[in-house]
Design a protein around this ligand. Structure first.
Ligand SMILES: Nc1ncnc2c1ncn2[C@@H]1O[C@H](COP(=O)(O)OP(=O)(O)O)[C@@H](O)[C@H]1O
Ligand SMILES: [Mg+2]
Length: 330
């Protein structure tokens, strides 16, 4: 194992690729001398693929804390919603709980050389809580939420998307955070898809490498509603996969109670849940909030069944108009 002095030197050279390389090479050569050839070879491979000499073409981006080269690639926010603000299936709740507990007790686990869960994939249709889930994890862990700007990441310039991804992950390594990469399918599409060109393959390959090598403090969350088009090699990169689905009747009831928690309601919320079957959480939340708005505007003390029915009717009209004007997303 590398000696304390060598590790100190390595950490102290953070941000200076040439010094970093030479400190890392000292450790690698020592391991080799001690007869740990496979470890030495593995370390050399990681070093060669991650840290390039300053004179070489692609440089490790400057790690100077005063400059944030990837700032245009992310939106940083302070999350506010907690576990009590999201309705989850029991499986999803277990995944959230175990990720949060492992992260909170990461030092303890690392002391025992145990792996700490940190990479999670969210799948499921729109409006079912993937983005909210990333916010909740960040809030529960008291970490900033860095949401990747997918439009800024994807570039038509050859090679630029892979470079942007490298900058994004490097940026997220600088501080403990939750890095959220939405529309993951846009980057991790199957390499075997017909018509997919070499550039996409390069992007998928570099994304796989970046996820593997990402050891930033905090959590990496990727989300997609097109999970069937993901490259098969992607799945095993994640410690857990959470499936988000449109709500069951019971979950609709939980969501309504959540939305109405600050507004008195004078009808049976659970009985109304049946009428909302088939809608997403986001759509149901909108119906409930519309009903509250009507009650407030009409200066009523409680939301009535009539307010709720009117809100639902207008949601159904909206859905019908949408489905006749554009093809449904697959
Ligand atoms: N499971 C859920 N529990 C509570 N609220 C939800 C849930 N899913 C969605 N919502 C509400 O709908 C909004 C939009 O959902 P979002 O998380 O953006 O969905 P997705 O990312 O899956 O498309 C959320 O901000 C939240 O207010
Ligand atoms: Mg989303």
């Amino acid at each position: 194992m590398a000696k304390a002095e060598q590790i100190k030197k390595l950490i102290a050279s953070y941000g200076r690729p040439d010094e970093f390389r030479s400190a890392a090479m000292t450790i690698i050569n020592d391991e080799h001398r001690m007869g740990h050839a496979p470890l030495a070879a593995a370390l050399k491979r990681v070093l060669d693929s991650s840290v390039h000499p300053v004179s070489g073409a692609p440089k490790l981006a400057s790690l100077d804390a005063s400059s944030d080269p990837a700032i245009e690639l992310v939106d940083a926010t302070d999350p506010s919603r907690r576990l009590s603000d999201i309705v989850l299936t029991s499986e999803a709740r277990s995944s959230f709980d175990s990720l949060i507990e492992e992260q909170k007790r990461a030092d303890e686990l690392r002391r025992h050389r145990l792996h700490v869960k940190s990479k999670i994939l969210f799948c499921g249709p729109p409006g079912c809580g993937k983005t909210l889930g990333a916010e909740v994890i960040a809030r529960e862990l008291d970490l900033p939420l860095l949401t990747a700007r997918v439009d800024a990441l994807i570039s038509s310039l050859l090679g630029q998307t892979a470079t942007n991804l490298r900058r994004l992950f490097e940026y997220a390594t600088r501080r403990p955070c939750v890095l959220f990469l939405d529309e993951f399918d846009a980057l991790a599409r199957s390499r075997t898809d017909e018509g997919e060109h070499n550039e996409l393959r390069r992007v998928v390959n570099s994304l796989l490498g970046l996820i593997d090598r990402h050891h930033g403090r905090g959590v990496f969350v990727a989300a997609t509603n097109l999970e069937s088009s993901l490259d098969t090699a992607i799945w095993r990169r994640f410690d857990d996969v959470v499936i988000f689905e449109p709500p069951s009747r019971e979950q609709i009831g939980s969501l309504l109670r959540l939305v109405f928690k600050n507004f008195p309601v004078n009808f049976d919320v659970d009985a109304s849940a049946a009428k909302l079957h088939g809608l997403s959480y986001a759509e149901i939340e909108r119906v409930a909030l519309d009903a509250v708005k009507t009650a407030v505007l009409k200066k009523r003390k409680a939301v009535s069944e009539t307010d709720f029915a009117a809100a639902l009717k207008s949601a159904n009209r909206r859905t019908a108009a949408q489905s006749t004007r554009r093809p449904r997303a697959t």
